[in-house]
Design a protein around this ligand. Structure first.
Ligand SMILES: [Zn+2]
Ligand SMILES: [Zn+2]
Length: 153
C-alpha cells in the first residue's frame, strides 16, 4: 500500500502530497517506467543495462529524496536496477543486497546529488535521531518530522 507523507515546519512550509512506497497500480507503473528506461528516458546507461540484461528489474516504488545542497524535497520513482531470485510477483520490491545499480537522483533545481530518505513508521510517530532519516525543511533548513498523512490505494 502506498503512503502519503506530510512535511510541516514552524517557518510556514507545508506540503502534504509526498508519495511513498508501492500502491495498487504498481504493476502498471513498473511496466511503464521499465519501458521508459528502455527507451532512454532515464539515460543511456540505464537503457543499455536493461536492454542487454533481461534478468534486471526496475524498482519503481516511490521514495523521498532530498537535495544535499538546496534541500529541495521530492518524491519520485527509485529506479534502482536489481536482480532477484526472491521476486514473488508484481508487487515485489528488492532487498538492499539485490540492487545491482543505484540510480543517481539529481536535484531538478540546482543539479546537485539528492539522497534517499527512508521513512520508518517510528519516524512518523515519534520523530527520529537517525541521521539517515533526517528531513530538512526545504524552506528554512531546520530539521522537520515527516508525518504519515494517509494511504493511497
Ligand atoms: Zn538542489
Ligand atoms: Zn522551515
Amino acid at each position: 500500500m502506498g503512503r502519503m507523507i506530510t512535511v510541516e515546519c514552524d517557518c510556514g512550509f507545508f506540503k502534504d502530497d509526498y508519495m511513498y512506497g508501492v500502491n495498487m497500480a504498481y504493476p502498471k507503473v513498473k511496466k511503464h517506467q521499465t519501458a521508459l528506461a528502455k527507451s532512454g528516458y532515464y539515460g543511456k546507461q540505464w537503457q543499455e543495462f536493461l536492454n542487454n540484461d533481461p534478468e534486471l528489474s526496475v524498482n519503481a516504488e516511490y521514495r523521498l529524496y532530498q537535495c544535499t545542497s538546496c534541500y529541495k524535497l521530492i518524491s519520485e520513482y527509485c529506479m534502482d536496477l536489481y536482480r532477484s531470485s526472491r521476486d514473488d510477483g508484481c508487487y515485489y520490491t528488492p532487498e538492499p543486497d539485490e540492487v545491482v545499480y543505484h540510480y543517481k537522483h539529481i536535484c531538478p533545481d540546482c543539479k546537485k546529488r539528492m539522497v534517499y530518505i527512508p521513512i520508518s513508521q517510528k519516524h512518523c510517530l515519534y520523530g527520529t535521531n537517525d541521521p539517515e532519516e533526517l528531513v530538512f525543511c526545504p524552506k528554512c533548513g531546520n530539521i522537520v518530522i515527516a508525518k504519515l498523512s494517509g494511504f493511497t490505494d
